[in-house]
Write a new protein. Structure first.
Length: 579
């Protein structure tokens, strides 16, 4: 399909969103006096619901009646009368106000206790903002008029800038609010982003064809690009297609007590392994399963070790992702940021992983909003220093993120291991840790540079950790060693009992001791994370098993087993929790 067809579909999609939001708000306002069950959005109060309703009405009015003609784009806002522009600008401001109010409620509750109405209010405000931004973008201008260059492709700079803001707006709803809302929510946002990606691919392909047509042999060759979509023709060359992440490993710990390895067992054999452990009190033990991922496209036809492919699945690196910044989540100074996937690749994974979006504006900064400021204060303090040399960026880790919910395209590159549909045993020593049975396995992504660390901890589910890119060192301690592993307690209102005070890297001499490991008097903290000889000897006496995982390996981690995970190279892993 041409870009114009996808543009028309997205315009219709936005028109329908504005209409349904307005109708749902009207329904909520009409039932506010009803003592029966009210709609989710009504929980935010009539004043906010009415304010959202009015912005939906303005948005719908600006779009006009396009539902009956899906192939004709409405006139761009920039060509409308000044009255419409005033309404447009006012609606954008009011939607930002609504989103800000809703987001402020996120800090008043633990996320699991946050009333759904505030998440839906935030999501709907972002959806309406997206609709307004798209209406004013070059994409929505009448095809062949404003926003379109003479060769029939969208005007580059303005289109790219609009695309950045459009993607950011919807990703904030996905990441921060979970895209709440039964009638729109995630389904609406996924569809909008898919159409936006189709428009981007069509526009890019047209631009590349035009560039090839006008290029002459006398012109200097441009630097090769790393962007491209699976199945598309917009990767510049075979050499770029084959470019992969570096395998460089600054340090690799020795494996002292190797975990047993087996070739991929059948699901029946794996069930038997869990049902009949050598030590009934201990339960099943960790197991490395080789060649369990051989059918994954992520290891073959849709390779995750190629930056070009990952960029193609993130709208040329524009998608926002939450990253952990710092050595470990238990260290002082650790924080979280929302940055574009392209910046994450370029600044923290591989400096050669550059996209067209980077080439367009070398000096561009991270897309920052109020919501994205979280966790940046520590970094800004450290930027004020007297060193003339640029500070080495802190380690950043895309850790325990539901990336496959945010990017459904990547979800199709992996398969849930059959082992996650077995019936595993309960926790061997503490039944309080067992969780209600899951309907489906929980999937999380772990992507980072060499040196990423998940400190010693245990999880409330059985886990299959699948290694897709690079290598990781994993050390495990049995649940019966819990008393010797110095579990943390409640810290700053957060329950941390599943995480150890023992810093494996420091106690083994692999890492420097973090500066914050001193008390207020500057004395070394002895408990748990001290580095004295007695602490080292006591730690060394605790039995463990360990391994190094490579691409295609899967590690079974039974429930309750403490594990420390260290990235040795650029590494991409997927964890599957099940019970």
């Amino acid at each position: 399909m041409t870009a114009s067809v996808h543009i028309a579909q997205l315009l219709k999609h936005c028109t329908e969103a504005a209409s349904t939001i307005h109708a749902e708000c009207a329904e909520a306002l009409a039932t506010k006096e009803d003592h029966g069950q009210v709609t989710a959005i009504a929980g935010c109060g009539p004043a906010l619901v009415d304010l959202l309703s009015r912005q939906a009405s303005i948005t719908h009015g600006l779009y006009g009646d396009t539902a009956g003609n899906a192939t004709t784009a409405p006139t761009a806002v920039g060509d409308r009368e000044s009255g419409s522009l005033r309404r447009y600008d006012l609606a954008l401001k009011r939607l930002e106000d609504i989103a800000s109010i809703a987001y402020s409620k996120f800090y008043a509750y633990l996320f699991k206790d946050l009333p759904a109405c505030w998440r839906q209010l935030y999501t709907d405000a972002r959806i309406l903002k997206f609709c307004l931004l798209f209406l004013k973008s070059p994409y929505a201008a009448t095809y062949g008029l404003d926003g379109v260059s003479s060769n029939g492709t969208l005007a580059g700079g303005h289109a790219h800038g609009s695309l950045d803001e459009l993607v950011k707006t919807l990703d904030l709803a996905l990441i921060l609010a979970g895209a709440a809302g039964e009638r729109r929510g995630r389904g609406w946002i996924d569809r909008a982003l898919d159409l936006l990606r189709c428009i981007w691919l069509a526009e890019r392909q047209g631009r590349d064809i035009n560039r090839d047509f006008i290029a002459s042999g006398d012109r200097p060759a441009k630097r090769a690009k790393l962007t491209g979509g699976h199945g598309s023709s917009n990767i510049s060359s075979t050499s770029i297609t084959d470019y992969t992440f570096s395998n460089y490993e600054p340090f690799a710990p020795p494996v002292m007590h190797p975990i047993r390895k087996v070739e991929a067992p059948s699901i029946e054999e794996f069930q038997t392994y869990m049902d009949h452990p050598p030590d009934l009190k201990l339960g099943p033990e960790p197991l490395i399963i080789c060649n369990a991922l051989r059918e994954w496209p992520a290891l073959s036809t849709r390779p995750w070790n190629q930056p070009s492919y990952l960029l193609s699945q993130t709208l040329d690196g524009r998608r926002l992702v939450p990253v952990e910044v710092g050595r470990s989540y238990v260290d002082e100074g650790w924080g979280q940021r929302l940055i574009t996937f392209g910046e994450f690749l370029r600044e923290h994974i591989d400096g050669n992983s550059r996209s067209d979006n980077d080439d367009r504006n070398e000096s561009s900064k991270t897309l920052v909003s109020k919501e994205q400021e979280h966790g940046r204060e520590e970094e800004e303090e450290e930027e004020d220093n007297t060193s003339p040399q640029k500070q080495k960026p802190k380690t950043a880790y895309l850790a325990q993120h539901q990336l496959f919910v945010q990017l459904p395209g990547l979800r199709g590159d992996i398969l849930v291991p059959d082992y996650c549909y077995t019936s595993p045993p309960p926790h061997p020593t503490d039944p309080r840790i067992d969780q209600p049975e899951l309907d489906e396995p929980l999937l999380n992504a772990w992507f980072g540079p060499p040196g990423t660390i998940s400190p010693l901890h245990h999880d409330p589910y059985h886990n299959v950790l699948a290694q897709v890119v690079g290598r990781k060192y994993v050390r495990l301690y049995a649940p019966r060693e819990t008393a010797r592993l110095a579990a943390r307690g409640r810290e700053n209102g957060v329950e941390m009992g599943n995480t150890s005070r023992l810093d494996v890297g420091v106690l083994e001499g692999w890492d420097r001791r973090p500066e914050e490991d001193h008390d207020d008097n500057g004395d070394e903290v002895e408990e748990g994370r001290g580095t004295g000889s007695r602490d080292r000897d006591a730690f060394a006496a605790i039995p463990f098993v360990d391994c190094i995982l490579g691409p295609g390996d899967a590690l079974y981690i039974p429930i309750g087993w403490w594990h420390y995970v260290r990235g040795l190279s650029v590494s991409f892993s997927v964890s599957f929790w099940w019970n």
